[in-house]
Design a protein around this ligand. Structure first.
Ligand SMILES: NC(=O)c1ccc[n+]([C@@H]2O[C@H](COP(=O)([O-])OP(=O)(O)OC[C@H]3O[C@@H](n4cnc5c(N)ncnc54)[C@H](OP(=O)(O)O)[C@@H]3O)[C@@H](O)[C@H]2O)c1
Length: 252
């Protein structure tokens, strides 16, 4: 087991990549505090995880609010007495060009995708320093390229990568801090993203077929990278923005 008795917080674990990361980390022996806003899906996740480990806690809440981030860290310390790492995975799209997107939607997208990372790090880092652990952020290839009508998403993901690099500089050598930058992965979010294209079904199909590996990613493809970055096998990696995209960025 590669994460035996390690304690991790995973945000946005009720769906897609966050859920796959939670299940894989639990399988590898980690104790988890998982988050998302949807309580029904959170309880379904707990049922699945509890067949692997019974110590997981689900704490529902919007990571765009400061308080939930503090509570996630407090729960980890109260229940397990330490924190070895966080996977800041929660994310939303906030579709609409600059002239279309409502100001509230812009703020709420940046709150979820970038401010939440600052909030969680602020409370988690002092504990992760003690355990010499890791921070992982789920960014996107949208940090490096544009997509039609995704300004809030692209700007927030680019900021997330910049903050990961800054934090890696400030908190080494005790903490390793890396970003994962997935390309198109088969989750509910990619279908929401496709609504910004004229033909959404075609857009999703093309996103997979146009890559050198000719398919969309799966949540487990990305979960395996998160596991590697969380484990001691990635001992000389920090400040990296690791692209995992079936080769999408080869033609950008
Ligand atoms: N799918 C892709 O192609 C792709 C590519 C690159 C990067 N990403 C990034 O990967 C991450 C995971 O996305 P996914 O594709 O797995 O999408 P997903 O299946 O839609 O999952 C998104 C997760 O984030 C949670 N979430 C959203 N807003 C939240 C908030 N304010 N507070 C707490 N939780 C929140 C959702 O939970 P609730 O609904 O329960 O709140 C859900 O668990 C995101 O950061 C996304 O930007 C996705």
């Amino acid at each position: 087991m590669r994460l035996k008795d390690k304690v991790f917080i995973i945000t946005g674990a009720t769906s897609g990549m966050g859920k796959a990361i939670a299940l894989l980390f639990a399988q590898e022996g980690a104790n988890l505090i998982v988050n998302g806003r949807n309580t029904k899906k959170g309880n379904e996740l707990l049922t699945e995880i509890n067949s692997l480990t019974e110590s997981t806690i689900f704490l529902p809440g919007d990571v765009g609010n400061v308080a939930i981030n503090q509570q996630l860290v407090n729960q980890a310390i109260a229940k397990f007495g330490k924190l070895d790492g966080i996977v800041a995975n929660a994310g939303v799209l906030g579709l609409g060009s600059i002239t279309e997107i409502a100001i509230e939607e812009w703020h709420s997208t940046l709150n979820t995708n970038i401010n939440s990372f600052f909030y969680l790090c602020k409370y988690a880092i002092p504990h992760i320093q003690k355990s010499e652990g890791v921070v992982i952020a789920n960014a996107s290839i949208a940090a490096f390229r544009s997509f039609p009508n995704h300004p809030a998403y692209c700007a927030s993901k680019a900021a997330l990568v910049a903050l990961v690099k800054q934090a890696a500089l400030d908190y080494g050598p005790e903490i390793r801090i890396n970003a994962i930058c997935p390309g198109p992965v088969e989750t509910p979010l990619i279908w929401d993203s496709a609504q910004a294209f004229d033909n959404p079904e075609q857009a999703v199909e093309n996103a997979g077929k146009s890559t050198p590996l000719k398919r969309l990613g799966t949540p487990m493809d990305v979960a395996r990278l998160a596991l590697f970055l969380a484990s001691d096998e990635a001992a000389w990696m920090t400040g990296s923005a690791v692209t995992i995209d079936g080769g999408t960025m080869t033609s950008c």
